[in-house]
Design a protein around this ligand. Structure first.
Ligand code: NI
Length: 178
């Protein structure tokens, strides 16, 4: 079931999410709903904060919106980046800041450790878009959004642009509900 996506500056996006202790039906339902919500918006990643739930869970599907959507659903519970190296700058967007794209510096390669829906631990090495997405989503769980990674000047310019984009987005939403 689709849930409402929280849009910046919603306070929940600035809060740190809490560790998941129980791997129960509620957690599975949350993750299912997050996939429904993400696919509906054509995003490749979504953190629980973005649907207003402060739990350390995020999901990814790099094929979102493409033919192979749903074939490689990635779920990360209680994730931690245990190694990162290199540096790469590329454009990033976020479903919580609709329409805004900015170049952000990230580690080029990361190793992440997380748990799956059953609580089983796993590790994954990533580079390219996957590495970028992992870092972006893990930031959400710590209350950090991608514009917080910009220089103060770039962040201010991004926020000015976002203000205009947000007005357009709200108009579109209102139109859709009529
Ligand atoms: Ni995001």
């Amino acid at each position: 079931m689709e849930r409402e996506i929280r849009i910046y500056p919603d306070e929940v996006l600035k809060k740190e999410a809490q560790r998941v202790e129980e791997f129960n039906a509620e957690l599975k339902e949350l993750v299912e709903d997050m996939f429904d919500t993400m696919y509906k918006r054509g995003g490749v990643g979504l953190a629980a904060n973005q649907v207003g739930v402060l739990k350390r869970v995020f999901i990814l599907d790099l094929n979102s919106g493409k033919e192979r959507q749903g074939e490689e659903k990635l779920i990360f519970v209680n994730p931690e980046i245990i190694h990162s190296e290199g540096e790469v700058v590329a454009e990033e967007g976020c479903l919580s800041l609709p329409g805004l794209w900015k170049k952000v510096k990230r580690a080029a390669k990361v190793v992440i450790r997380a748990q799956d829906l059953e609580g089983k631990e796993f590790q994954m090495e990533a580079e390219g878009l996957l590495a970028r997405a992992l870092q972006h989503e893990l930031d959400h769980l710590n209350g950090i959004i991608f514009i917080d990674r910009l220089s103060p000047l770039q962040r201010r310019l991004a926020l000015e642009k976002y203000k205009k984009l947000k007005k357009k987005y709200e108009k579109k939403l209102a139109g859709g509900r009529r």
